[in-house]
Design a protein around this ligand. Structure first.
Ligand code: MTE
Ligand code: MO
Length: 433
């Protein structure tokens, strides 16, 4: 049993499959902190977890093969000591995140039925892939059709292969982009990578689908072809609602940059909001200034039930989340949520523990933004909403710096594989009024 040596997992993870391990944190734990604690970070394994002893880890070898066939090998120790180390706050999100929403609202999809938890955020520590490729001898001259100022050729790809044979690739310009922050990572939130997340070395491709962030990384090949793996060519593509179970895989490109999404991870209603006065419980629920809010909104608003909603919003490609819209009456009225996290390039108002992650260069926004909203669920007599009988429907949708937003329903983006289920997120709650 190759899975016998898999690590133990935290009990707060909901396990979708045991062998291989696929698990997501319960919603209530998902976005409590800016950086998801390592033991709560979602796990998506296609196979078993390779075993690398702590004593062996510094000798772990990464081979780099260039288009001219030249091969250079680096030990982890060499990567750590010879290259500049960077810290990059970045989300990883599986293309199947929220797949179960699409299934519930449209119809069957094949793939793991993830809730809203196949996404997490961490501060990754590692060296830049581009620094290593240049060191290995990759010229930005004729061989890749570019100079320092001129992006390298689109027709080349960086193939990334893991120790258990999982593989994927990214276009070379993504790897070489000075602001792309593609990492060969060995640290996660100030600790060594946990085994489930790629110990001792993984790729982290910020803003891109997590399927490209290859774990247990052992081999890199710069090639004029995409990775030949099934995960590059026969999976992680997005077809039309009508294209069925046997689509023409060669028709569309592999999913790379991620679209925009958001989700509700916690809803407190009525008494729960009131009882949430203990400081740590409040922090856990992401509630701030509760007293202030109660004074203003609840005590003076006897016609409704207070509601406290929290969640995350994220967009790919480094695009910043600029706005989060929330409705607590099924979309009849909207209001803007408070954004709790500032862009990853500017953590001036970050809590002390986050300050050490401030990075000097102008980076793109690879992290998520958590948000919270405090509102009132109107009494029956005041609420004209048609959905009122089935409880109150709470909705969230986000907007990024390119003014991309999410589709209202999953119908139009339905695909049999259930990839990129990014429609408005909806949660129904009941009150006792
Ligand atoms: N890398 C290897 N070697 N093996 C894998 O199974 N899964 C990929 C990617 N890299 C995978 C891998 C997929 S589909 C996802 S969503 C992310 O890893 C999950 O990373 P995580 O388990 O650290 O959250
Ligand atoms: Mo994934």
């Amino acid at each position: 049993d190759p899975f016998a040596t898999d690590p133990k997992r935290d009990e707060r993870l909901t396990v979708l499959t045991q062998k291989p391990c696929n698990a997501e944190p319960e919603a209530a734990y998902l976005a409590r902190e800016f950086a998801t604690p390592n033991e709560l970070f979602y796990v998506r394994n296609h196979m078993w977890v390779p075993v690398v002893d702590v004593e062996e880890a510094p000798k772990h070898e990464l081979t780099v093969e260039l288009p001219d066939g030249e091969v250079r090998a680096y030990t982890l120790e060499e990567l750590r000591t010879r290259f500049k180390i960077h810290h990059v706050p970045a989300v990883l999100q599986c293309s199947g995140n929220r797949r179960s929403d699409m299934t519930k609202s449209v119809g069957p999809t094949n793939g793991l039925q993830w809730g809203a938890g196949a996404i997490s955020n961490a501060v990754w520590e590692g060296v830049l892939l581009k620094d290593v490729l240049r060191d290995a001898g990759l010229r930005t001259g004729d061989d890749v059709g570019a100079t320092e100022d001129d992006p390298p050729s689109d027709s080349l790809h960086v193939q990334l292969t893991g120790m258990e044979a999982y593989a994927a690739s990214i276009p070379l310009p993504v790897a070489m982009d000075a602001r792309g922050d593609v990492l060969l990572a060995f640290g996660m939130n100030g600790k060594p990578l946990p085994r489930d997340h790629g110990y001792p070395l993984r790729a982290v491709v910020p803003g891109y689908v997590a399927a490209r962030s290859v774990k247990w990384l052992s081999r890199i090949v710069v090639s004029d072809e995409e990775s030949a793996s099934q995960w590059q060519r026969r999976d992680y593509k997005l077809f039309g609602p009508n294209e069925g179970g046997k689509p023409n895989w060669d028709r569309y490109p592999a999913i790379q940059e991620m679209p925009i999404t958001s989700a509700i991870t916690s809803v407190l209603v009525g008494k729960d909001v009131k009882s949430c006065t203990d400081k740590s419980a409040r922090a856990a629920a992401g509630v701030r200034d509760l007293k202030d809010w109660q004074d203003k909104n609840w005590v003076d608003s006897p016609k409704g039930t207070p509601v406290e909603v929290a969640g995350y919003a994220y967009s790919g490609g480094g695009r910043e989340i600029v706005r989060v819209d929330v409705s607590v009456d099924g979309g009849r009225t909207w209001d803007q949520a408070e954004l709790l996290d500032s862009p990853s390039r500017n953590y001036d108002d970050a809590e002390e523990t986050q300050k050490k992650y401030v990075v000097a260069r102008g980076r793109r926004d690879w992290a998520w933004k958590r948000w919270q909203y405090k509102g009132v669920l109107l009494d029956k007599s005041l609420d004209q909403s048609l959905q009122r009988e089935q409880g109150h429907e709470i909705l969230v949708k986000a907007v990024d710096s390119a003014y991309n937003t999410q589709p209202e329903h999953h119908d139009g983006i339905y695909n049999v594989r259930g990839n990129l289920a990014t429609a408005w997120h909806r949660v129904r709650v009941q009150t006792n009024d």
